[in-house]
Ligand binder design. Structure first.
Ligand SMILES: *Cc1c(COP(=O)(O)O)cnc(C)c1O
Length: 390
């Protein structure tokens, strides 16, 4: 096997584009230097459109989970009632974080593979007026469900305009269009290694005016993750602690890439990759975990009924060095997940589908070679033929 040839098709981390890797080799400078100030100025205004907000996006050195924790420790303190709407592993992570801070945590646990039902959540909150914050997940990466978080935020605020509604956007931002201000979301977070196609290590946190008021009224905001510290420093073009400067360099190059493509084109590309992937599996008679209406543009989960998911992944790895992800926790061996986010193009989709067909055959699934590829090609042509210039 050609040693360096690795194809990472897991739902984060994604591969890093060459220009981004080159940008990250720039020299370190002190965190109060003009260079660091300048790079922050370059990044700051350009991040907002990916969240759909006019607020500054705070950048904290940490993995995605640090942004989830920031959204807990800043908003609520010991004994406060909060609701977590959990649709899988990452939804439930909010519950675990809330429990670790001894909040009075309520959880609505939705069957894995399903999206939450907005009315059910709204009714729950109606019956529990003590709840001050609601946590939900945009794209539940463990199942590939895209939840109607915007609809939920609007419905909850119609009920109680003081409620703080928090969305984990880790595998959604820069993949699925997110309109924080329009939807009335109060905190939206993500991490660098998903849609932003960077290495892991930067957490992003956007905060609404309503959430800032709640945060300022909160007596215990922790230390490192106290968002008022990060906000006050960022206003001055700075960070309260030594920044992940290498990732800032990379992010500047990522924003160049995404702006060059066009933000709406970024979202269209993800939808196209989702639709190609799903069409291929359907043509091959392979069972998908999530229905069309709730399928995420960034990750597709497959739940085989007549072949072994783990063996399939092993063949794919051994023959092609293509990595797809296992399921998580209860779904570890029963599903696999294909990441099509960040640095991934429709050409990559055609590649992996063709390899999937070989792996399916090797694990004993009866398929017609090429049927999945053809279905993906047809979707590609349907969605792009009008843009062919004569
Ligand atoms: C990846 C992911 C996380 C966790 O991010 P880490 O960087 O591993 O801490 C949280 N939520 C969602 C939805 C994710 O996809």
């Amino acid at each position: 096997m050609l040693q360096d040839y690795q194809v990472l098709r897991i739902p984060g981390p994604t591969p890093v584009p060459p220009s981004v890797n080159r940008a990250m080799t720039q020299a370190m400078t002190g965190h109060h230097s003009p260079n660091t100030y300048q790079i922050i100025q370059n990044i700051k205004p350009r991040l907002k459109k990916f969240f759909g907000t006019t607020q500054d996006i705070l950048m904290v050195a940490g993995s995605g989970t640090s942004s989830l924790e920031a959204a807990v420790v800043n908003v609520a303190s010991k004994g406060d009632a909060v609701l977590v709407v959990s649709t899988g592993v990452f939804g439930h992570r909010f519950t675990e974080i809330c429990e670790s801070y001894e909040l009075d945590v309520h959880e609505i646990a939705v069957e894995w593979g399903q999206a939450f039902n907005t009315d059910e959540v709204v009714n729950y909150v109606k019956q529990h007026p003590e709840i001050k914050a609601v946590y939900a997940t945009l794209c539940e990466t463990s199942t590939g469900v895209l939840n109607p978080v915007g609809e939920l935020a609007q419905a909850l605020h119609a009920l109680n305009d003081q409620l703080i509604v928090i969305a984990d956007g880790v595998s959604a931002i820069a993949c699925a269009e997110t309109k924080m201000d329009e939807w009335g979301l109060d905190i939206v977070v993500t991490g660098s290694q998903k849609g932003f196609m960077l290495p892991t290590g930067l957490a992003f946190i956007a905060v609404s005016e309503r959430a800032w008021q709640a945060i300022e009224a909160n007596p215990s905001r922790g230390y490192y993750l106290d968002l008022t510290k990060h906000r006050d420093a960022l206003e001055k073009g700075n960070t309260p602690f030594t920044p992940a400067l290498g990732l800032f360099y990379g992010l500047d190059a990522v924003l160049d890439q995404l702006e060059n493509e066009g933000v709406s084109e970024v979202y269209k590309r993800h939808l196209l990759m989702r639709d190609m992937t799903r069409a291929a599996f359907k043509a091959l008679d392979v069972n998908l975990l999530v229905d069309d209406a709730h399928a995420s543009p960034s990750v597709t989960a497959v739940k085989p009924t007549d072949f072994d998911a783990t063996k399939f992944r092993q063949v794919l790895k051994a023959d092609f060095n293509i990595d797809v992800a296992s399921g998580l926790e209860a779904f570890t061996d029963t599903i696999f997940r294909v990441g099509h986010m960040g640095y991934c193009s429709p050409a990559d989709v055609l590649q992996y589908i063709s390899a999937f067909e070989i792996a399916l055959t090797k694990v004993g699934k009866q398929i017609e070679l090429g049927a999945g590829t053809r279905a993906a090609q047809q979707i590609y042509l349907q969605k792009t033929i009008s843009t062919v210039t004569q």
